[in-house]
Ligand binder design. Sequence first.
Ligand code: C5P
Length: 399
Amino acid sequence: MNALANKHILLGVTGGIAAYKAPELVRRLRDAGADVRVVLTDAAAAFVTPLTLQAVSGRPVHQALLSAEAESGMGHIELARWADLILIAPATADFMARLAHGFADDLLAACCRASRAPLAIAPAMNAGMWENAATQRNLRQLVDDAVRVFGPASGSQACGEVGEGRMLEPLELVALCAAQFGAGALAGRRVVVSAGPTFEDIDPVRFIGNRSSGRMGYAIAQAAREAGAEVTLVTGPVALADPSGVAVQRVRSALQMRDAVLSAVATADVYVGTAAVADYRPAAPAGRKIKKDRDALSVELIRNPDILSEVAALQRRPFTVGFAAETDDVLAYARRKLDDKRLDLIAANTVGAGLGFETDDNALTLLWPGGQRELARASKAALARALIAEIAERLHARG
Ligand code: C5P
């Protein structure tokens, strides 16, 4: 099932600040079953020590090209042959330039030249360096040379700027590596995602709605598809294009969403409820437009079913994931929701300050019984990939 099991990943680390994430990446690749060997450039060794990478990879770290000792062990040709995939993470602007121009003047560049394995890069650099004409020219060359390019993401950078050039998070890179081996982390699984708001009609022209844009749910549906799942997206009214390769079911009200979700999850392995379902609906929607002939108007509201709780209570329940958007005390509320609704995982986020509804960026804390994990501020697409990777990992762990 696990696409990375026993795969040989040659991880090249080049000299950028994102190299501090390399040990975490090695651990995540190994958690996914891969056998990892690390090649470090001299500049990278200024950011992360060979000893750390040796400890987490459980293998000697390779650094020198022109060393009799190194070449008598596993030299560049053996490393190049050993690899099923070469991943350069982080890939600096300088390394991209050397790769694009065919250099082979250090061990990592020589391995890239000598190997017939697929080669992927995870660029990481300051936004200005990324946008620079030479970098973009080299990028086009690399894409022409069939190099896979993972990322970069946009967001806040170590240099203090905000923009494109952040390395993808380790879990996202693991998912993208797994996808290189045909089967994604969710291959053969069925995933149902709910997204967007629900509209609860007051009369034929008015409704109660909310500010959910649907972007997070659409990104999750797309990420699940990229991870190889068969995906059904049940969506309330939003202004977004359908994600490709996903079966989309459009609904309007909470009751319609509940029917669509319950029938879709009957055969699903995973349900992710991102929809901002209206908690209440008008008890008796008027059949005709209500006239403004009164000074005050009361509309009686009654509770809507909690779709997520109903899915979690099913006898044959999928791995059930909820969202908790709060303005305060996010983690406490989220943990309580995880328990009350008997969820397998909940993604908590603070709404406001440029995060949450109607924004491109978000930050999430994932909580599950007995653990939690922070996903730092990033685009919703990047967060969705990281969330899907975590779901896949927990699903596999559960067997
Ligand atoms: O309880 P609260 O509405 O804060 O919980 C949010 C989570 O519950 C989201 O995952 C949302 O999709 C789900 N939910 C639901 N049905 C409702 C209300 C919320 O599925 N009626």
